[in-house]
Design a binder for this molecule. Structure first.
Ligand code: FAD
Length: 328
């Protein structure tokens, strides 16, 4: 079934980028339609407890509470939110088509893609349950919770090494668990981590299991250690209270595959300069899906703001042609 109404803008994704784009396009009276997603409306921050680095909350704020505020603010300015996934996009031409899980095809003059990115997972059975309870994919976000404790970082590339070095500010010992026989990180970073007195590198090792035990406050289980196994089959139990997984990150781009240009190295949607303009006219992208580097709530929100303003300018400049095409 296809709607006949043509929206000014459809936003796909409801993390900090999508909702911020909703707030700005709402305030610009563009009546945005947000496809918030079925499984994870609110995005990555729904998986975490204290967010301590989002400005404006000096005492910190729980991730789900922060995202509830984002949603309420977008709704206050007239954003329509559907908790559906976009399943197919047709991004060519002046009127874009967005197929959703409710079976509808929604039409729009512009689209903002803010589908985020997914951290690669180790694939351990309790990984999901321990996320935010000692297991993290972001040292910048969660490192300070591990003051004077032992932690492990999994990975051997630049981001793992960066995470390990960052964590030395807090942790007593950082165990870097590397699958290969050497670090893949750039030489300067590798040298730095190898020279650091508080980092212990375990080569040719993998985490076979994460040990957990019930928290005193009754809020489920928390990490208490890891079981490592090396290539010769030697097993070790390391008591750590934090495990940081840094084995890569995949931007969620399957929806736009073949329709938008992606960066060859990072797989992120390519945008022009500091704008949110993708390789397709009328299609903009924001947040972690365009960002191989910073991936924070504040940078994603800022990027959603950029996309909203780009949409405003695009619609203002190209309105007559669009209206003609739409009515043809
Ligand atoms: C455990 C954890 C803790 C973190 N802690 C912090 C922190 O303390 N501070 C900080 O600044 N950052 C933190 N981050 C990073 C931060 O969450 C991300 O950088 C930020 O959420 C990215 O925002 P985004 O809007 O680009 O994407 P996301 O938040 O990933 O949102 C993507 C959205 O797209 C939707 N979506 C995906 N596919 C579809 C589809 N086909 N149709 C419709 N919707 C779709 C999803 O449902 C989701 O709503 C943390 C991340 C994690 C995983």
């Amino acid at each position: 079934m296809s709607e006949t109404h043509i929206h000014d803008v459809i936003i796909i994704g409801s993390g900090p980028a999508g909702y911020t784009a909703g707030i700005y396009t709402g305030r610009a009276n563009l009546k945005p339609l947000i496809l918030a997603g079925m499984l994870e409306p609110g995005g990555e921050l729904m998986k975490t407890t204290a967010v301590e680095n989002y400005p404006g909350f000096p005492e910190g704020i729980d991730g789900p509470d922060l995202m509830e505020n984002f949603q309420a603010q977008a709704e206050r300015f007239g954003a329509e939110i559907l908790f559906e996934d976009a399943t197919k996009l047709d991004l060519e031409g002046p009127v874009k088509k967005v197929t959703a899980t409710d079976g509808e095809i929604y039409l729009a003059r512009s689209v903002i893609i803010s589908t985020g990115s997914a951290h690669r997972k180790l694939g351990l059975p309790n990984e999901e349950a321990l996320s935010g309870r000692g297991l993290s994919y972001c040292a910048t976000c969660d490192g300070s919770f591990f003051e004077d404790q032992e932690v492990a970082v999994v990975g051997g590339g630049d981001s793992a090494v960066e995470e390990a070095l960052f964590l030395t500010k807090f942790a007593t010992t950082v165990h870097l668990i590397v699958r290969g026989d050497k670090l893949r990180a750039s030489k300067i970073m590798a040298d730095r981590v190898l020279a650091h007195g508080r980092v212990r590198v375990r080569y040719e090792s993998e985490i076979a299991a994460i040990a957990s035990c019930a928290m005193a406050n009754g809020a489920g289980e928390a990490v208490v250690g890891i079981k490592t196994v090396d290539r010769s089959g030697n097993i070790d139990h390391v008591p750590v209270s934090g495990v940081f997984i840094a084995i890569g990150n995949d931007p969620r781009t399957s929806l736009v595959a073949g329709q938008l240009e992606l960066d060859r190295f990072s797989g992120c949607i390519k945008v022009m300069g500091r704008s949110s303009q993708t390789s397709q006219r009328g299609v903009f992208a924001a947040g972690d899906v365009i960002d191989p580097m910073y991936r924070q709530a504040i940078t994603a929100a800022a990027s959603g703001c950029v996309a909203a303003q780009d949409v405003e300018h695009y619609l203002a400049e190209s309105a007559p042609a669009h209206l003609e095409a739409a009515s043809a």
